[in-house]
Design a protein around this ligand. Sequence first.
Ligand code: AMP
Length: 212
Amino acid sequence: MGLKIVLLGAPGAGKGTQAVRMAQEMGIPHISTGDIFRKNLREGTELGQKVQEYLNSGALVPDELTCEIVADRLQEPDCANGYILDGFPRSLPQAEMLTEFLAKLGQKIEAAVNIAVPDDVIVERLTARRSDPETGAVYNLKFNPPPPEIADKLIQREDDKPETVKSRLATYYETTEPIIAYYDKQGVLKNVPGADASPDEIYQSIIDVLPK
Ligand code: AMP
């Protein structure tokens, strides 16, 4: 199945968790702009230095820079058979730029899957999220506890601290949520409930709504 998919949803909705599994099972790349930025930050690249302040404060990286990074990534050979975009687009201008970029290649996004999770659940999930700095595996102290033997080495993302979570959610509602309507108008929006179900069940709901 070679679909071009966008995953939508607030931070903490479970986009990353689902994207990893979808990519594995569908054999297409998982492209997370957040992961790309964090990797550059860790490695201290020029891009990392440019985006550091935005990431640490939970603000969005400027559209032009973000779109440039994504356009480069989408031209890599492994994207020829489809991909899962996670955390991009995150604003209307980004969504429009993606549509235009793909149109030039005679392509389009075939499914925009919106993982819907209520606000109170999001805050609870984000502040309890921890990750393994070595493997990148993501756990949740409450909902998906890590094996005790690795608990000590887990870290919390700087932007998952409670102060920053609030402003990330505000940015989500102001700037990102409008793109749900954008993809609805294009006829490719699929809504999937992302709470009150296990990650396996949510995965199955996503597979069920994807074009066959
Ligand atoms: P994420 O891992 O998707 O939550 O992204 C982490 C951070 O990276 C965000 O809070 C932003 O600072 C930045 N970022 C990720 N994707 C985008 C995007 N599409 N546009 C602007 N900033 C982004």
